[in-house]
Every structure is written in structure tokens, then in C-alpha cells.
Design a protein around this ligand. Structure first.
Ligand code: AMP
Ligand code: MG
Length: 327
């Protein structure tokens, strides 16, 4: 069991969390997507401690979280497209990859030495209150060991990282449940969808027009997790299952519930993709603990939040690296 201090996210706990962050410590806190592990983005030592706690490869850059559009100004340059997306989707589950200002007060480790920086304004009231209190840009990747299933409850954070972080702020389950959508705007004419997430592609394309797919060389340095094993439970995962074996835990969706599983978990009995996203990681963890030999997942529709769910499941099912090499 973990030794993490878990505090309900009320004003005193928030003030303490802000103090820990300002002193270079690590605090896990809720965002609308998943629980993040926060560190001072301006401090080399704090960011190094964060990579070490997550055992995250140093070449996988972090998302910088700020309390509002104005706080992005010293960090990155926003063009017209970025301004339109920020006005429409911030605060919210959208990360923009932008040209980094040369004099940005950010640790080089936070951006893995790149000339760009990924930024986002989260919509969760606790995340916003913490960012306002701390008055620093905060890097906050998912609060789990690199490559494993992301946490959507404070308890899941404590189980995975309790030994190595100072405090977990608890505000119940995360309302979106999958990570932010990452859009690369660092090239003038070619917006790239680096990672599907909480803002569906169609909503972005209403503002930007068609989004490009990352090219092969973009995938390596810029989004290391894209095809590698990531979001991985302990058990192997089998996708697009139309029938199920008696030793398998089943992740079902709507009325797609093949009979005969060892245990069945329905992502959304009513077939609602937003509910399925919200429950995805908790049910992957439950399936992992069920005593089954494998996890089978029924086909998930690709529209709306389904694109992000399918992306996460594909990586959960990807061949596992022998050493930690996922992002
Ligand atoms: P997470 O692990 O959820 O914090 O995800 C961060 C994602 O943003 C990863 O896929 C990173 O590769 C991506 N990312 C962060 N910074 C950059 C950047 N400067 N350029 C491209 N992708 C980035
Ligand atoms: Mg993560």
C-alpha cells in the first residue's frame, strides 16, 4: 500500500499544495481529463524529479498548464489559429503545440530541448484554483508510472505513485476521463492532430479545417507514445472482440455484450461515448484485477470521443517493450 497523503481538495489543502509546488515538490491534482502529477515548469530540479517519479523517458516532452490565456504570453507565440482555438476551447481538454519563446521561463527538460512548447488551460475548478494560487506554469503529465493506465481517481494515483509524491488532492472522479487532444500548430499551414483526446476532431475541424496526420518522423520525436505500448494494464488486451473466451475479462459497450466472459464491465450500457471515456481507465484497471487471463474489448465506434478511446485501447493492446520505453 501507499504512503501518499491524500487530502480532500478544500482551500487549506490547495494552499499547501501550492506551497509544495513552489518549493519544487510534486503534487497530484485532478483535471477534467485525468489526474495530473504537477511540478514547477520553470525549475530544472522539479522537472527532473517528476521524470524520475514517473520513470518517464527524458525525450518525451511535457504539457505546461497555466491558469488562463494571458499566462501563455511569456511562454509561446500564438498565431490567429491558436487564438481562435484558445478562445473557443480554453479552459478545456485541448493542448496546443506552439513555437516556444526564446526567453520563455521554462526548464529545458520540460520541452525535451524542442523549439516548441505544449500548453493547455485545464477546465477543472481544482486545477484552475491551484494554478491561480501557485502563479507558476506547471507541467502535469498523467499521475502514473510511464506507460501504465492513467488514473481518474485519487486512489488510483496513490496506488501507483504514492511512495514518490508529496500530496494527492482528491476531488472525485475526472469528468472527461481521457487525456487532452494535442494539436501541433508549430507549422504555419499544416495543423496536425498529434493525439486524439477530450475535444473531438470534428469540433476542431469546424475552426481549423481538416487536420493532418503526423508524418512518420513527427511521430518519433514529437509524440513518442503514438504507436508504442502505452496506457497498458498488466494483462494482454485483445481488440474488436465479437465473441469472448471464458478466461477473458470483457469490456463491453452498449448492447455489444458477447456472453460467456470471466467478468464483464460495460463502458456505457446506454452506448454513450462520453460515459465510456469517463469510465475507460477505471474499468481497464478493474478488468486487470478481475483474475482473468486477458482483456477482450468489443468494437468501439470511431466518432466523437470514440476516436480517443480507440487510440488509447490500441496502445494498451500494442506489443509491450521489454524495457520501459513508452512515453
Ligand atoms: P502526457 O504524457 O499526457 O503528458 O502527454 C503529453 C503529450 O504531448 C505527449 O504525447 C507528448 O509527446 C506531447 N507533447 C508535449 N510537448 C510537445 C511538443 N513540444 N511537441 C510535440 N508534442 C508534444
Ligand atoms: Mg500519460
Amino acid at each position: 500500500m501507499s504512503r501518499a497523503r491524500l487530502l480532500e481538495a478544500e482551500p487549506r489543502a490547495l494552499a499547501e499544495a501550492a506551497e509544495i509546488l513552489r518549493a519544487g515538490g510534486l503534487v497530484a491534482f485532478p483535471t477534467e481529463t485525468v489526474y495530473g502529477l504537477g511540478a514547477d515548469a520553470t525549475s530544472d530540479a522539479a522537472v527532473a524529479a517528476l521524470y524520475a517519479a514517473k520513470r518517464r523517458p527524458a525525450h518525451n516532452p511535457l504539457i505546461v498548464h497555466v491558469a488562463g490565456r494571458a499566462a501563455v504570453e511569456p511562454l509561446a507565440r500564438l498565431d490567429g489559429r491558436a487564438e481562435r482555438l484558445a478562445a473557443r476551447f480554453w479552459p478545456g481538454p485541448l493542448t496546443l503545440v506552439l513555437p516556444r519563446r526564446a526567453d520563455a521561463p521554462l526548464s529545458r527538460h520540460a520541452t525535451a530541448g524542442l523549439a516548441t512548447v505544449a500548453v493547455r488551460v485545464p477546465a477543472h475548478p481544482v486545477a484552475l484554483a491551484l494554478l491561480e494560487a501557485v502563479r507558476l506554469p506547471i507541467v502535469a503529465p498523467s499521475a502514473n508510472r510511464s506507460g501504465r493506465v492513467s488514473p481518474t481517481t485519487a486512489r488510483d494515483v496513490a496506488l501507483d505513485l504514492g511512495e514518490v509524491i508529496d500530496l494527492v488532492l482528491d476531488a472525485g472522479p475526472c469528468p472527461v476521463g481521457v487525456e487532452s487532444t494535442v494539436v501541433d500548430l508549430s507549422e504555419p499551414d499544416r495543423p496536425v492532430l498529434l493525439r486524439p483526446g477530450g475535444v473531438p476532431r470534428a469540433a476542431l475541424e469546424e475552426v481549423l479545417g481538416p487536420l493532418a496526420e503526423p508524418s512518420a518522423d513527427e511521430e518519433r520525436p514529437r509524440s513518442p507514445g503514438r504507436l508504442a505500448s502505452h496506457y497498458a494494464p498488466s494483462l494482454p488486451v485483445r481488440l474488436d472482440a465479437l465473441e469472448v473466451e471464458p478466461d477473458e475479462a470483457l469490456l463491453a459497450f452498449g448492447d455489444r455484450v458477447p456472453r460467456g466472459a470471466f467478468a464483464t464491465f460495460n463502458l456505457s450500457p446506454s452506448g454513450d461515448l462520453a460515459e465510456a471515456a469517463r469510465r475507460l481507465y477505471a474499468l481497464l484497471r478493474a478488468a486487470d484485477r478481475s483474475g482473468a487471463k486477458r482483456i477482450a474489448v468489443v468494437p468501439i465506434p470511431a466518432e466523437g470521443l470514440g476516436e480517443a478511446i480507440r487510440d488509447r485501447l490500441r496502445r494498451a493492446a500494442a506489443p509491450r517493450p521489454t524495457r520501459e520505453s513508452a512515453g
